[in-house]
Design a protein around this ligand. Structure first.
Ligand code: AMP
Length: 242
């Protein structure tokens, strides 16, 4: 496995690769969720590139850009074990050569709902970095997790509307055995916060399981509100049924 930091080096390498190329874009601090995307790419492509880049433009001013876990060495060990061909880990100043980007993508309604409501600019930052990676890596397929469902939808639109010549492959959400979705940010949680996060995922799973019995959406909202009182550390951004 080769670790490539320089954009020039990657671009020199790209035309030498024969056969299909899969890309798994990540921000590193890899876990089993990322590994499942990588495995899928490895089975469907001749070669697989995993990009590791903590993208500053998708973090809000009060978010965790500085403290986001960076652990290239451990990530490289895991990816080598899985059989990945390349890690592409460019430097921030090489990706955003002009500093703050001057081009923004407008996202229409999908930027007004769900996660986007409490994270203004986040999805624009995601589309920016994903477009840059698609241009630089030129993959045949790119793998994204359904954990980030809204992100998945806008990336599908990006590829369709801007005619990127590649296929997006949505991959299943991987959870811990107790139901909590795996996430690089779970390491921020204390033991108690971890317990309550798991309880929250239990509440959502229960709502879904009992959907045959729902009488009205209002009733479900009421039930969730009631259940949330048992997890006081959870600060709710939104609960919606779509
Ligand atoms: P991140 O490094 O968190 O930006 O995630 C990189 C990719 O991995 C995204 O496509 C995520 O949706 C995906 N991913 C992260 N966590 C999981 C998970 N628990 N299950 C499936 N995919 C995941």
């Amino acid at each position: 496995m080769k670790v490539v930091h320089s954009i020039d080096d990657f671009q020199a390498l790209r035309p030498t690769l024969r056969g299909s190329l899969g890309l798994v874009p990540t921000m590193g601090a890899l876990h089993e969720g990322h590994a499942s995307l990588v495995r899928q790419s490895l089975t469907e492509n001749e070669k697989t590139v995993v990009s590791i880049f903590v993208n500053p433009t998708q973090f809000g001013p009060n978010e965790d850009y500085e403290q986001y876990p960076r652990r290239l060495e451990q990530d490289a060990e895991l990816l080598a074990e899985l059989g990945v061909d390349f890690i592409f880990a460019p430097r921030v100043q090489d990706i955003y050569t002009a500093g703050k980007p001057k081009i923004r993508l407008e996202i229409d309604q999908l930027d007004q709902v769900l996660c986007a409501k409490s994270r203004p600019g986040h999805l624009n930052g995601v589309l920016q970095i994903v477009s840059i990676l698609f241009h630089l890596v030129q993959p045949d397929r790119a793998y994204f997790g359904l954990k980030d469902y809204q992100q998945q939808l806008i990336i599908q639109s990006l590829v369709k509307e801007l005619h990127f010549p590649l296929a997006i492959v949505p991959c299943p959400l991987v959870r811990k055995i107790d139901g909590l979705a795996l996430s690089s940010r779970n390491r921020y949680l204390t033991e108690e916060e971890g317990k309550q996060a798991t309880a929250l995922s239990g509440i959502l799973a229960e709502v879904k399981l009992k959907r045959e019995n729902w009488k009205s959406i209002a009733e479900v909202h009421q039930m969730v509100e009631e259940r949330l009182k048992t997890v006081p550390l959870v600060k709710l951004d939104y609960f919606e049924i779509l």
